[in-house]
Design a protein around this ligand. Structure first.
Ligand SMILES: Cc1ncc(COP(=O)(O)O)c(C=O)c1O
Length: 466
């Protein structure tokens, strides 16, 4: 998660003040689902329980195609690997298989699910530091592309390749200068040793290129790291390693959850009085990133790296192609988390706002567990018609922990919130819905439902059944 400092000129206000609105942006399919199928959403939660995660693989596929078009527009080859860690739903692996794209995995379980979901080994990238022996073995036997993070890992892979008489496909992950303190990646000196090892052993180690790991969402840092690796890749190939022709730019393409204007207003006026119990957070995800997803990729590819020559032009000129591993950005708008309201504690007379308790917990909204808040506001889907009336509330989970708040921030709803209503948190597929879920309190893990809209019709299926 990136650090977004709060503005210092924040505005305090009285206890009832909910601060600046941060409505979630809505994809047309999300809009259609909410407008045309509110009864279906209520009945799905009635039947399958709260919370319920709604997956929209058609939206995911649209995101895949936007990234692919961006590579085409910049006249450079680019392979997409969906970073599976961002969401566990099976329907996404299936969508990757159908679209012919790859998957980035970082554990044995992720690799097994991805192979089982129909993605062939050569399209799978394996990242993560000091991979287990079984992960290396399975990756080798399926000819996955292994991102090597240390010299020791490379030697272990070399031994395995010889034991099995099979060449290992690999990239070397070099630590970028901007992340000198990172625990990931090889230093430039280690990278040189690793290249020498690959040169000595072309039958065991097939070096296909280089990768890097960057935290945060800076396009400039990605361009800087990619430009350095491009030069390294060109030099390495010239030194005789013929397969060396790929640069992996990794993930970290920001997502726009709310409008950049609303986000700027929020940052200027944010204040602890806008939160239940005066809670304050030191940083937030950059929810209103002005250039996000495929636009961020376009900025990276178009950035000049040598005079006026762009990164994409330089790569194409030398026959080098790119790999990207977006997680969050491929999931933009592709999932919604629905929570049923279990009770409403009306403290408007004493505190100026109500406390809503939903069935479920903030384990299904992971930002809270990074000591931060998922700021895009939930949408109220009332269980029955009612007159509009401003209603300010914070949202808590039904566990017995004081800290189990889905939304500490005071939200101004246009209608009163009542038991039986649904609160829909939009755009939760990327890391929010399932990375921290647990059976705490003996709760069962929430279901995921795959939703497809076909004209006016809604089709649904439990994830994993298809
Ligand atoms: C190696 C690697 N690839 C891809 C990603 C996905 O990043 P994001 O979901 O921000 O695109 C990560 C995230 O940590 C990563 O470590």
């Amino acid at each position: 998660m990136s650090v977004m400092q709060l503005a210092n000129d924040a505005t305090p206000c009285d206890a009832a003040c909910p601060g600046t609105p941060l409505p979630s942006l809505r994809h047309p399919q999300v809009e259609a689902l909410l407008r045309q199928h509110p009864e279906a959403l209520h009945s799905l939660v009635d039947g399958l329980g709260s919370p319920l995660h709604l997956m929209l693989p058609q939206v995911f596929t649209g995101n895949v195609q936007r990234f692919q078009r961006t590579f085409e527009q910049h006249a450079v080859d680019g392979a997409l690997l969906y970073a599976k860690k961002a969401n566990k739903a099976d329907c996404l692996v299936r969508a990757c298989s159908q679209q012919g794209i790859g998957v980035d995995v970082a554990s044995l379980g992720e690799l097994e699910k991805t192979l089982g979901g129909g993605v062939p080994g050569p399209r799978i990238g394996i990242s993560g530091p000091e991979k287990s022996q079984r992960l290396l073995e399975l990756g080798l036997s399926h000819q996955c592309l292994l991102a090597i993070d240390s010299l020791n890992e490379l030697r272990r892979l070399q031994q395995l390749a010889h034991d099995r008489g099979q060449a290992a496909r690999l990239t070397l992950r070099q630590r970028p200068e901007s992340h000198a303190d990172s625990r990931f990646g090889l230093s430039p000196a280690e990278c040189a040793q690793a290249i020498a090892l690959c040169r000595e052993d072309p039958r065991g180690l097939r070096l296909e290129g280089f990768s890097f790991h960057l935290g945060g969402y800076s396009c400039e840092q990605r361009v800087e790291a990619a430009a350095q690796l491009l030069t390294l890749c060109i030099d390495t190939r010239a030194s005789g390693l013929d397969h060396c022709r790929r640069i992996n730019l990794g993930g970290g393409f920001a997502v726009q959850y709310v409008s950049p204007q609303a986000w700027e207003r929020f940052r200027q006026h944010n204040h602890p009085t806008h939160y239940h119990a005066g809670k304050s957070f030191s940083d937030f995800y950059p929810y209103g990133a002005p250039r996000a997803c495929a636009e961020a990729l376009a900025d990276i590819l178009a950035a000049p790296v040598e005079g006026t020559i762009s990164l994409a032009q330089q790569a194409a000129r030398h026959g080098i192609d790119f790999i990207i591993e977006p997680g969050r950005a491929l999931l933009d708008q592709a999932g919604i988390s629905a929570f049923r309201v279990q009770g409403v504690k009306d403290r408007r007379d004493s505190d100026g706002y109500a406390l809503v308790t939903v069935q479920g917990s903030s384990f299904s909204l992971s930002e809270q567990w990074f000591n931060s808040e998922y700021l895009p506001e939930p949408v109220l889907l009332p269980a029955s018609p009612r007159e509009p009336e401003p209603f300010i509330a914070c949202i808590g989970g039904s566990t017995c922990l004081e800290a189990d708040m889905l939304t500490w921030r005071k939200i101004r709803f246009a209608h009163p919130v009542r038991p039986g209503d649904l609160l829909l948190y939009l755009n939760t597929a990327g890391y929010q819905m399932d990375s921290n879920e647990s059976p705490f309190h003996e709760a069962r893990l929430p279901h995921k439902v795959v939703i497809e809209l076909d004209g006016g019709a809604l089709r649904w299926q439990l994830d994993g059944l298809a």
